[in-house]
Write a protein that binds this ligand. Sequence first.
Ligand code: XIL
Length: 453
Amino acid sequence: MQEYPNYKQLINLRALLLLFCVNLFYSQITLTQYLRDYAKVLNLNFGSPTQGLKPQMQDSLSNNFNFTIPGNSLKFNMVEPKQGKFDFRYADSVVDFAEKHGMKVKGHCLIWHWSEPGWLWYYSVHGHPTREGMLKIMKTHIDSVVGHFKGRINEWDLVNEAILDKPDAQGSCLKNTHWRSIIGPDYIDSAFVFAHRADPKAYLYLNDYSGEMNFPQEKVKADMIYEFVKGLVKRGIPIHGVGLESHINNIADEFAIYLNIKRYAELGIRVAMTETDIMHSSFSPIAWTAMLNAAVANYNFTTFVVWGMTDQYSWKGRDCDCLMWDVNFKRKPSVFKAVITALEKADKKVAELRGRFQAIPADDRRPETPDSLSASNEGKRIILKWGSSKKALTYAVERATTLDGPYKVIENEIIDTSYTDKHVKKGIIYYYKILAVNPFAVSQDSKEISISY
Ligand code: XIL
């Protein structure tokens, strides 16, 4: 007797068929460019750490990535294994390699309770620690490490995994690490201030996991990270970015992630995906596209980092199928296609804004005053043109009908350096000024120009 699949089996069969088709689509790829070429067009940092980097992967690293991290070598226990004795050898060699290949380097990570060296643990537990003593250890560490790489490493995961998954009984969002229990909850403020003083040009990040907001239970943590960062910004603490680690379990909620990144733009905060790996990658490459779609649709998304290249050396184990290269150091065509699909269709206007946003220095963020303003008539229109100003993201046009104002903003969020005013009447003299704008400040008014038609 013939057996028919039951309803449940049919659904499973259909799901399998769908996944098969998705996979078939994603596995058709001919790679004519390297990943970093796609990233360059989008003004995006695209990186991988050097964890487990074997000689056979070095070319793949420098060909595909414009950004790297010296493995685990800058974690506290690795870089300051004995108090006051620093070991920069491996990180120095990675920085040399990166400079040779036109890659940027990020330092990971200065303050993380998981990488506490033995001597620091001993001091914290048995050494009658004081707030001042602990702050001194923190300052010496940050000054030495950031200072050593000043001008060569220009971004740092400064504080790592400090936020709880949900608030504690007292309503605090901070993990009770030695840093927190001995110094107090303002230890993060101090870390940012120390690092900013050590290198005012470096971009400083708060990095954490489960803040991507792709599952309901993560929303609590994502919101806590956001509120905490907002508090730092409000208090004038020099934070520049948030790192979302992005260790994903194969499903990614594109729209939620998009919104989560976007809300940081209003704070002027950069967002990076800092340790991306996606379980069962070749089975569901769609998650890679979703992550990248969500990311590159935001101008304040600056950096995408995969947590290693080959599954062979993933911290999740060689069977994780969670990276872009398999255990045999071969590219996974379906995953490459998924990534490239997102990069290729990304909005170029957003990419232009990302480039401008990336170029705003960490220490001096006020846009320059626009100059070379000119005006001309074309029929019943007045056309304004001006030179691009440094550190501007967009421009605003102000108009008055009497010399020296009062001026009113008639258009803002202009991406180009020109504007056509169509709402003009014959015989009236119009006066215009231009402002340059970014999330941190508005420039001074440009010189005024007058015109009529
Ligand atoms: C992991 C590394 O991948 C391992 O090699 C190491 O043994 C432990 O740390 N969050 C982080 C990373 O911020 O530093 C961790 O990296 C993974 C979790």
